[in-house]
Ligand binder design. Structure first.
Ligand code: PRP
Length: 176
């Protein structure tokens, strides 16, 4: 494994995203919807950096990857949110990574049906080279190339989520 993003890199990006969200949501406290499992660490760090009071935190669990590194392309809703949890609310979906975009598009459709006042996506990592769905990710920490990344919530067959840094599985591949 090769180090890709350090704790410091991630900390700076999370602080910047929190600042952007504070600016945009200062008059309309949001409900954050964290996407399990990968988004749990990012969400925890993000809410502690934000100064805006949060109206609520919900979790959705969607799974598209099996034991390997390739998406099945068919997201499954493993855990939904309670009825009425986001109706009329300002909703921010918090994702660790948007890759093909299949998961985020699926989640957006699910949440839109629950009639939020607004819906935006905040992703720590965005991998536009692999995108298969048209979608707007308004808040992005890092735009990353097409490499398999692990750590800071991201797994390979459920491993490596606990690492405080982000690594690429390829040998000798640095950022860029
Ligand atoms: C990962 C990641 C995103 C999704 C992105 O989740 O956390 O939710 O894949 O991929 P996509 O843009 O190609 O859909 P995964 O299905 O691996 O579940 P996990 O978060 O529980 O590991």
């Amino acid at each position: 494994m090769t180090p890709y993003l350090s704790r410091e890199d991630i900390g700076v990006a999370v602080a910047r995203l929190a600042e952007q969200l504070d600016l945009d949501y200062r008059r309309r406290p949001p409900v954050l919807v964290g996407i399990l499992k990968g988004g749990f660490i990012f969400l925890a760090d993000l809410v502690r950096q934000m100064k805006t009071p949060i109206q609520g935190i919900e979790f959705l669990q969607v799974a598209s990857y099996g034991p390997g590194t390739v998406s099945s392309g068919r997201p499954r809703m493993v855990r939904g949110i309670p009825d009425g949890a986001i109706q009329g609310r300002e909703v921010i979906v918090v994702e660790d990574i948007v890759d093909t975009g299949t998961t985020t598009a699926f989640i957006s459709r699910y949440l839109e049906r629950r009639r939020p006042a607004s819906l935006e996506v905040c992703a720590l990592l965005d991998k536009p080279a692999r995108r298969q769905c048209q979608l707007g990710v308004k808040y992005v920490g890092f735009t990353v190339p097409d490499r398999f990344l692990v750590g800071y919530g991201l797994d390979l067959a459920q491993r490596y989520r606990e690492l405080p840094e982000i690594y690429t599985l390829e040998e000798g591949a640095g950022p860029g």
